[in-house]
Design a protein around this ligand. Structure first.
Ligand SMILES: *[C@@H]1O[C@H](CO)[C@@H](O)[C@H](O)[C@H]1NC(C)=O
Length: 328
């Protein structure tokens, strides 16, 4: 009997190690929501079970003394205050372990930071109006978003590092996750300085709209670019893809090609963390088709009890030097 008393202790510490692994290494699928009123509600998006991150797109204007403008297409009217009803849905998403971020960017509007001080003011605005701070005019109501996504594709490329540092400074009060959506030519013209701060938790790279680094009939250019991106100063990088041919100007990868031609190559890099999908409106079947595709590889050779750390996925070739966790 005495010999059995340590079993529960061993079992619970193993479970704890497993859950630590899953929370720190879990791969995921990110999606952009908010650019088409006909794409389904935020609640439905999260309830699909297909995503672990939702980027609310976009805060189209901020900085440079301009009045910030939130644009969520036909979903709601920020000027009339009707987007505050999203608070309940945001909280529902978060209760399903989905991170909800506000994405800065978009083709319209004006995203310009004019100085380091301007960047700090924008950070304070974001903290007070969308994150853990307080303001009487929070566009999305009381819900506290998980972080801020930088989807900047225009302007001078200046002061985004200042904005990242200022936002990150608020993490001492409540963690502010930072993500960036650079285009695939490496390094990104607008965001490389910001990403170099090392403050970005997630980098979802847009492998579309860029002929030289996107998928065309084969994945060669994409994989060559991916191998450059693995040097970036962030531990979690994602393959960004259009959800349908019409979602982007080139770069669409059919789901079976992602699974057979692209993921096997990029999943072997330790920084691979999942897939980003542009965008929810075009995602009629894409995220469902790749569901289960995206688990991060894990070098079990470092750990004696390798098979346990892949649970509930199977560790292929358990006793070889490099082992990949796969959906069973
Ligand atoms: C964007 O805002 C900046 C700063 O206020 C201003 O200098 C610039 O002209 C604006 N750009 C556009 C296209 O409106």
């Amino acid at each position: 009997m005495a010999g059995l008393t340590w079993l529960p202790v061993l079992a619970s510490s193993l479970l704890m190690m497993v859950s630590l692994f899953h929370s720190s290494q879990a791969a995921g699928v990110a999606v952009y929501w908010g650019q088409n009123g006909d794409e389904g509600s935020l609640a439905d998006t999260c309830a699909s079970g297909n995503y672990q991150f939702v980027n609310l797109a976009f805060l189209t204007t901020f900085g440079g003394g301009n009045t910030p403008v939130l644009n969520l297409a036909g979903h709601c009217n920020p000027g009339a205050g009707t987007c505050t009803s999203l608070s309940v849905e945001i909280n529902d998403c978060q209760n399903q372990n989905i991170k909800v971020l506000l994405s800065l960017g978009g083709a319209v509007g004006n995203q310009s930071l004019t100085s380091a001080d301007d960047a700090r003011q924008v950070a304070t605005y974001l903290w007070n109006n969308f994150l853990g701070g307080q303001s009487r005019s929070r566009p999305l109501g009381h819900a506290v978003l998980d972080g801020i996504d930088f989807a900047i594709e225009s302007g001078t490329g200046l002061y985004w590092d200042n904005l990242a540092r200022a936002l990150s400074g608020f993490s001492s009060q409540k963690k502010v996750y930072l993500s960036a959506a650079p285009q695939c030519p490496f390094p990104d013209a607008d965001l490389s300085t910001a990403i170099s701060t090392g403050l970005f938790d997630y980098v979802w790279i847009q492998f579309y709209n860029n002929g030289q680094c996107q998928y065309s009939t084969n994945a060669d250019n994409l994989i060559a670019a991916w191998n450059q991106w693995t040097s970036v100063h962030s531990n979690q990088i994602f393959l960004g893809v259009p959800a349908a041919p019409a979602a982007a100007d080139g770069g669409y990868i059919p789901p079976d090609a992602v699974i057979s031609q692209v993921l096997p190559s990029i999943k072997s890099s330790h920084k691979y963390a999942g897939v980003m999908i542009w965008n929810k409106y075009f995602d009629s079947g894409y995220s469902s088709a790749i569901k289960g595709c995206c688990f991060q590889p894990f070098d079990c050779s470092r750990l004696w009890l390798s098979f346990i750390f892949c649970w509930p996925f199977t560790c292929s070739h358990p006793w070889l030097s490099f082992i990949t966790c796969r959906p069973s």
